[in-house]
Design a protein around this ligand. Structure first.
Ligand code: ATP
Length: 248
């Protein structure tokens, strides 16, 4: 069974067809990158998978069940989390409280269980464990908006993981980072996504090639190649359409 499966998916906005017949399979436990030039439709594809958009035609399934007519909330409850740039929203909350919101959303949605003292302790323990996972324990009382950029992205990862997702969608997790910060983030993402399914949009080819098991290349709303990093690197069409330009 695949974690994410798209079959003949199209998406139109008015008269422009942005996604044009995409077939894509992401296996359970796989780390899969979606690459392609600006405007290729990568964010649109993410929005289709996470339920923010409905396909114009075609089918999407998550863990073997049809999902393309479900709301983003239902899809989230089915274990799909997508990262958002939340630190601008929660700039005045502490790091601890930001992650606590995510943990409470998860517990609250599932059990409405966070009202007792014991459950409060469980929430606090979850938050501390997540902060430790993303190396932010020492920053717990700092305001989210005061974190340096790479730590803000780590905080977003913690909130995404607070939802205990099986399938994680990350949109450019290393954008705007220095080489060292990107390397740290890759290590973090690799560790935190072990045993889960990851679909990641990323422009940095070093990140893509070091992190992902397979890569799909989207150009003008169509997937022109899918394969292991070494196959993609030597694919003539990919080099012509994208990598050749992207790498130089
Ligand atoms: N809601 C919308 N209404 C109309 N057009 C849209 C909408 N969302 C996206 N588009 C168009 O779809 C095309 C693909 O955009 P999208 O953001 O999916 O590309 P992308 O591959 O993620 O690009 P980038 O790498 O620059 O983020 C663009 O031409 C964009 O203008």
């Amino acid at each position: 069974m695949s974690a994410i499966s798209l079959s003949a998916v199209t998406k139109r906005f008015g008269s422009s067809e942005i996604i044009r017949g995409v077939d894509l399979t992401v296996n359970v436990g796989e780390r899969h990158a979606l690459i392609g030039p600006n405007g290729a439709g990568k964010s649109t594809l993410f929005n289709l998978i996470s339920g923010q958009f409905r396909p114009t035609s075609g089918q999407i399934s998550l863990n073997g069940r049809r999902s393309d007519r479900e709301s983003p909330e239902t899809i989230a409850r089915r274990g799909v989390a997508r990262s958002f740039q939340i630190t601008s929203l929660f700039a005045r909350l502490t790091v601890f409280d930001t992650v606590r919101l995510g943990v409470m959303a998860n517990h609250g949605v599932r059990f409405c269980f966070w009202r007792t003292a014991a459950s409060q302790r469980a929430v606090t323990n979850d938050v501390l464990a997540l902060l430790e996972d993303v190396n932010l324990l020492h920053r717990a009382s700092v305001l989210a908006g005061e974190l340096p950029y790479s730590e803000q992205r780590a905080l977003e990862l913690a909130v995404t993981l607070a939802l205990r997702p099986e399938i994680i969608l990350l949109d450019e997790p290393t954008a705007g980072m220095s080489v060292e910060e990107a390397a740290q983030t890759v290590a973090l993402v690799r560790r935190l996504t072990a045993g889960r399914t990851l679909l990641v949009v990323e422009h940095d080819m070093d990140v893509v090639f070091s992190l992902c098991d397979r890569i799909s290349v989207l150009v003008h709303g169509q997937i022109i190649a899918t394969g292991a990093p070494d196959e993609i690197a030597k694919d003539g069409r990919v080099n012509e359409a994208y990598l050749g330009k992207g790498l130089h």
